[in-house]
Design a protein around this ligand. Structure first.
Ligand code: NAP
Length: 335
């Protein structure tokens, strides 16, 4: 246990994103008084010179590196060069500056989608680099793997206390509810909300509803990040998840119950299902004593409240019946 002084200077990169904003909220609540942040306009984190100047000026003691260029299947397949370049540069610059400025500890966030496409389930940390990647996001995955390996390399060559963690699928306040790019959980929230507004009888989910996925509330991830900064110091990456998965059908039922209990879930079985299961093995994190605190149904409730308050939408008073309402499709992307 390496309790971090709440007066330290802790730099959260990507603080306006889903993960970074949760980190800032959590660290503030935990009593951190000197949280450093920089917008993209302040510092383009892909630019070594700007990053060096910023580190020299601000002298952070700790860094949580949550900046990234992220997106769903469509964005990944249309912009693989950008995903590769941005994510390579984002960690290359920050890790180098952290080493040169003697940062006490740095936490780098990878992603569960960097594990081989066909790994056994649940996915153990040692499965990294044991098989071919999912081709739809291999450029992103290669860059994130390089980030994990860079932490190991700085640790080996320079003795830097750089650690990396591999979060599962995240959701929560600040999520992306744009149906053309959103992931499955916020997409379902949005679709049930839209269905409720127009009184549509059902929401149609692509596929059979059978694929299983794991979801962690981003506030739980933020808590895990501080836990790891304080208690984990190992070159091996560590999985962060809740250790349980649900089928997409079950997930749709949970979202329906929170957002629009009168709506029905229907499945379009002509559409593909994707990978049958993706679940992280979190036994190493559990053995350190960390447990998630927010159940999936509670997390969905909190996320829907945030959506109502922040996304410029209002809680519909009740379904408005439409003639010939044919149901709304949900196509949220699975990872
Ligand atoms: N979301 C998930 O389910 C998930 C799961 C596992 C791992 N992760 C990892 O967690 C990290 C953050 O993901 P997220 O979902 O929070 O992403 P996000 O919501 O898109 O936020 C990314 C943040 O990075 C910042 N950023 C990107 N490029 C930058 C640059 N060149 N200079 C400065 N800032 C830059 C963005 O700034 P702007 O606000 O200016 O755009 C934004 O604040 C990523 O590394 C991702 O791999 C996410």
């Amino acid at each position: 246990m390496d309790a971090i002084d709440r007066n330290c200077r802790i730099f959260v990169t990507g603080h306006r994103g889903l993960v970074g904003s949760a980190l800032v909220r959590f660290l503030r609540a935990a009593g951190f008084a000197r949280i450093l942040t920089a917008t993209r306009a302040d510092v383009d984190l892909r630019d070594q010179r700007q990053v060096d100047d910023w580190f020299a000026d601000q002298q952070p003691d700790y860094v949580i590196h949550a900046a990234g260029t992220v997106g769903g299947i469509l964005a990944n397949s249309e912009r693989p060069a950008d995903f590769l370049y941005d994510n390579l540069m984002l960690h290359a610059t920050v890790l180098r500056a952290a080493w040169q400025n003697k940062v006490r500890k740095l936490l780098y966030l990878g992603s569960s989608c960097i594990y081989p496409r066909d790994c056994p389930q649940p996915i153990k940390e040692e499965y990294l680099l044991t098989g071919p990647l999912e081709p739809t996001n291999d450029a992103y995955a290669i860059a994130k793997i390089a980030g994990v390996k860079s932490c190991e390399a700085y640790r080996r060559q320079y003795g830097c206390r750089f650690i990396s963690a591999m979060p599962t699928n995240l959701y929560g306040p600040g999520d992306n509810f744009d149906l053309s790019t959103s992931h499955v959980l916020p997409a379902l929230i949005r679709k049930f909300h839209d269905a409720k507004q127009v009184g549509a009888p059902e929401v149609v989910v692509w596929g059979t509803g059978a694929p299983r996925r794991e979801f962690l509330h981003v506030d739980d991830l933020a808590r895990a990040c501080l836990f790891l900064l304080e208690r984990y110091d190992d070159s091996r990456t560590i999985n962060v998840g809740c250790g349980e998965d649900v089928s997409i059908g079950e997930l749709a039922g949970l979202v329906r119950n929170v957002v629009y209990p009168e709506g029905e879930v229907a499945f379009d079985r002509t559409k593909p299902d994707g990978t049958p299961r993706k679940l992280l093995d979190v036994s190493r994190l559990r053995a350190l004593g960390w447990e998630p605190g927010i159940s999936l149904s509670e997390g969905i409730r909190r996320t829907y409240s945030w959506y109502l308050e922040n996304a410029g939408v209002t809680e519909p008073e009740g379904p408005v019946k439409l003639a010939n309402s044919g149901g709304l499709r949900s196509v949220g992307q699975l990872r």
